[in-house]
Design a protein around this ligand. Structure first.
Ligand SMILES: [Zn+2]
Length: 462
């Protein structure tokens, strides 16, 4: 059914008159996206290069890192940029972003890009980077979130449940894990009327979590794949099936085909996922018609490259290199995310946006307590990041009663820092495990190419 936006004028229900400036801006962009998704690829790419030229000329004028790059390499990023020049721009990896620090920050911003926020992410390699973003970059992120809702044709009047960490729940041992909201929240509820929303804190026992799902009957459920696996296991063991569940939205980790098909078999429910990264925004979302992921080319310029830097052909796996088009406060130009992916053949749905075959793998597991319970490790990732001697970390369960905190450090931690680290870990992981700090030269990726901040090496299986 056509989703009718909220109206700002009583009585003018159809067509709706948007209720705020923000809603009008968003609907204005969404209107364009409905056309740009159908453009011939060359035309879309030409528009991307217009926006890339805006970004690169701004970067050369106001970002010291790019001003130096320009001086040293003689690459003229200040002119309207061509594909030929583009391919000469060096790839920026995570380590370079870490090292560049404030040299990647713009000294000034064009008008209207809005306020600046920061986020720290360990991403796929476990090396923390702090990213600055403008309100404009967040605005485009939100537009793609809404576009995905529209593509999927979801019933906005239904109940949406999210199972993630509820940061406002400061006393997980004693407080109610479920919070109720009148709608699905931003950004969708800013422009469309929606049904109610629920936030279930993942820091509860899986059996309890499943009981809440059965009782509340959400139509849509967002959660981690590893948690979905636990819920499916609980459902299978108890013989109880959720009623009215239309779709599970996987987030935060790679979704294995095994879990996807188990969810289909046991619950008869499809599982969808979005490919995104904190540094970039939304990268690709599922096609509503075909088994494909469409790159959100109006927000990000995506390249899949061979090791020698040349572009991969369709069907050939390579390094994912991304340029977010609208974040002028910390331009990331040809940023290597650390993922590997493969471009697919054009989609038969009619959308000409490039196709990724699959979402690159990510993995995180659940912790096993000595009494056999499974739950998420909820140590404070952000707190751990504040210890600036740490370059990379990983928390690994290596035995039923033992957890290793693996660290790659710039310099040895002081006694006080190590005590702080252990208390952060203890606060989140509980007291059931022996904690051990292990210093490493490098923490290797998993076979999938992704890095798990937490890894359960007890080999859990469904
Ligand atoms: Zn498609």
């Amino acid at each position: 059914m056509f989703p009718l936006p909220k109206t700002g004028i009583p009585g003018a229900t159809f067509p709706a008159v948007p209720s705020s400036t923000a809603a009008s801006m968003m609907l204005g962009v969404l209107h364009q996206l409905r056309s740009t998704q159908l453009l011939p690829p060359a035309e879309l790419q030409a528009l991307q290069f217009r926006q890339l030229s805006e970004l690169t000329s701004h970067a050369c004028r106001t970002v010291p890192f790019y001003a130096n790059l320009l001086r040293q390499s003689g690459i003229k990023l200040t002119q309207p940029i061509s594909r030929e020049i583009w391919h000469k721009v060096p790839i920026l990896n995570r380590q370079a972003v870490q090292e560049a620090g404030a040299a990647l920050h713009a000294r000034e911003l064009p008008q209207g890009h809005g306020s600046i926020s920061t986020a720290t992410t360990s991403g796929s390699s476990g090396r923390p980077v702090t990213i600055r973003k403008t309100a404009l970059a967040q605005f485009f992120w939100q537009c793609f979130v809404i576009r995905e809702h529209e593509w999927q044709g979801r019933d906005f009047s239904a109940l949406w449940m999210t199972i993630l960490r509820d940061d406002l729940r400061t006393d997980p041992a004693h407080s109610n894990p479920l919070r109720r909201f009148p709608d699905w929240g931003e950004p969708l509820a800013a422009i469309y009327p929606t049904g109610p929303g629920l936030l279930l804190d993942y820091r509860v026992d899986v059996a309890e979590m499943f009981r809440i799902i059965i009782k509340e009957k959400p139509a849509y459920l967002t959660t981690f794949p590893s948690l979905l696996r636990e819920l499916l296991r609980e459902s299978h063991a108890s013989g109880v099936l959720p009623q009215g569940l239309l779709e599970v939205r996987s987030t935060g980790e790679a979704l294995s085909t095994e879990i996807r098909s188990l969810c289909g078999e046991l619950w008869g429910t499809k599982v969808s996922e979005i490919y995104s990264a904190a540094e970039i925004g939304i990268i690709a979302v599922p096609c509503p018609e075909q088994n494909a992921l469409h790159v959100q080319s109006e927000g990000v310029f995506l390249e899949i490259l061979r090791d020698d830097g040349t572009s991969c052909a369709s069907g050939e796996e390579g390094r994912v290199v991304l340029t977010p088009l609208h974040n002028f406060v910390m331009p990331l130009i040809r940023y290597e995310l650390g993922d590997r992916a493969t471009l697919g053949a054009p989609c038969s749905c009619g959308r000409t946006l490039p196709v990724l075959r699959t979402i690159p793998g990510r993995a995180r597991d659940m912790i096993t307590t000595p009494t056999g319970e499974r739950r998420f490790p909820f140590y404070s990732h952000g707190e751990m990041m504040k210890l600036d001697a740490i370059i990379q970390h990983q928390v690994a369960q290596t035995a039923i009663n033992q957890i290793e905190i693996r660290l790659v450090v710039r310099r040895p931690l002081t006694v006080a820092e190590e005590t702080q680290l252990l208390s952060i870990a203890r606060a989140g992981l509980g007291t059931a495990h022996e904690l051990r700090v292990v210093y490493c030269k490098e923490i290797l990726r998993q076979e999938s190419g992704k890095f798990a901040e937490f890894t359960n090496e007890l080999n859990p299986s469904l």
